[in-house]
Design a protein around this ligand. Structure first.
Ligand SMILES: [Zn+2]
Length: 383
């Protein structure tokens, strides 16, 4: 048994925080929450659930030229990088992560090694290869499909290769040369075929979508989450709400690209595409959040300058750029992201995994307190 004493406890919900609570941990799970009294093993000013990152690419490490680095780094080195990035993520407070696109099933290997206790890392779910059109966004880590039937077959292949969820590419993107972010890529038919197949096997579906038509195609096809969502419109907002689809805003991705334009290290096509989306992005995402769309935390870690240990930055950006309160941002980066991934509730409540962060400062007063985690506990064990 382990007892963690919290001066203030945010349990991941939007309920008012509790003061002076003991979290009793048994067999890796929360056994009891009670008024603080008697001896304890740990004590912290503030305790939150472990963070949940619903959008990461462990195989990429934040290199300025993502695709160039992918092509010049040998596969065996990329696998080792993925393992190292899992450890960095966990150390920074991410206790659950969803990898939404890798090559060679590397994320599945990392997940299995973590589960077997061979290497440190968060609880993991992974999509395996992304499903994209021929030459479409993400093709270097993709399985290219060009019909509803091929999309179904590719879902079965990912399932066979140990994927826990499916990632579809509904539009172009910033990091693939020649892929126009605003253009739809996989068609509604192809998306719908993949979604039907994935759901039949109990796999959730995430869709990369930046352009307006592609976002709506993905929503109409019944995906569980839209990633990025940059060029959404009012009709898309209505579709999000009608279908109960989550939006994973990945604010860190464009923020980190735009913050490093002066370095001259990023390919010109990346810089140009990111600049083209800069003005509309925040306006649209704020409109969606204010309009009642469910936001789940996810950072696109691995993209340029967007390091795996920087997930607390994404939580900060949901507060500073989207206008969430600190507690709402924490909720999006714990309970809501966990609900989307489907492994556990992401809250600190009885019966849930004992994944928690010990902080010196009150995260409800300043969400940036997450950037300085004192102790990370996963499944009751100190990391
Ligand atoms: Zn991504």
């Amino acid at each position: 048994m382990t007892i963690v004493r919290a001066g203030i406890l945010y349990d991941g919900t939007l309920e008012p925080p509790k003061q002076n609570v003991d979290i009793v941990i048994e067999n890796g799970r929360v056994a009891e929450l009670k008024a603080a009294t008697g001896p304890r093993d740990f004590e912290a000013r503030c305790v939150t659930p472990g963070l949940v990152n619903a959008h990461a690419h462990l195989e990429a490490s934040g290199e300025p030229d993502t695709m160039g680095a992918f092509q010049t780094t040998p596969p065996n080195e990329r696998l080792l990088n993925a393992a190292a990035n899992a450890a960095k993520s966990l150390k920074a407070g991410v206790t659950t992560i969803r990898d939404v696109g890798c090559s060679n099933g590397f994320a599945q290997s990392v997940r299995d090694a973590i589960e077997a206790g061979k290497i440190p890392g968060p609880r993991m779910r992974c999509a395996g290869s992304v499903l994209c059109m021929t030459g479409g966004h993400g093709w270097p880590i993709g399985r290219m499909v060009d019909s509803p039937l091929e999309a179904r077959k590719a879902v079965r292949e990912q399932l066979w290769a140990g994927a826990d969820c499916i990632k579809l590419i509904a539009t172009g993107g910033v990091l693939t040369k020649g892929a126009v972010p605003g253009n739809a890529q996989l068609t509604l038919d192809e998306l719908a075929g993949a979604v039907e197949e994935a759901h039949r096997h109990g796999l959730k579906v995430a869709a990369h979508a930046i352009g307006t038509l592609g976002i709506k195609n993905a929503l109409r096809a019944g995906v569980d989450s839209v990633e990025h969502g940059t060029l959404l419109d009012d009709e898309a907002i209505a579709l999000f709400k009608e279908h109960g689809t989550y939006l994973v805003p990945t604010l860190s991705a464009p923020t980190c690209i735009l913050a490093h334009l002066e370095d001259g290290q990023q390919p010109q096509y990346v810089v140009d595409k990111a600049r083209g989306l800069e003005d509309v992005m925040l306006k649209n995402l704020r409109r969606a959040y204010d309009g009642g769309v469910r936001f789940a935390g996810g950072s696109d870690a691995g993209t340029p300058y967007n390091y795996h240990e920087n997930y607390p930055l994404e939580v900060e950006l949901m507060w500073s750029l989207l206008g969430m309160t600190p507690q709402q941002a924490l909720h999006a980066a714990t309970a809501v992201a966990a609900e989307l991934i489907g492994l556990h509730s992401g809250t600190l409540s009885v019966g849930e995994p004992a994944d928690l962060l010990l902080l010196d400062r009150d995260a409800g007063e300043d969400i940036r307190a997450l950037q300085d985690v004192k102790t990370v506990i996963k499944a009751g064990g100190v990391v």
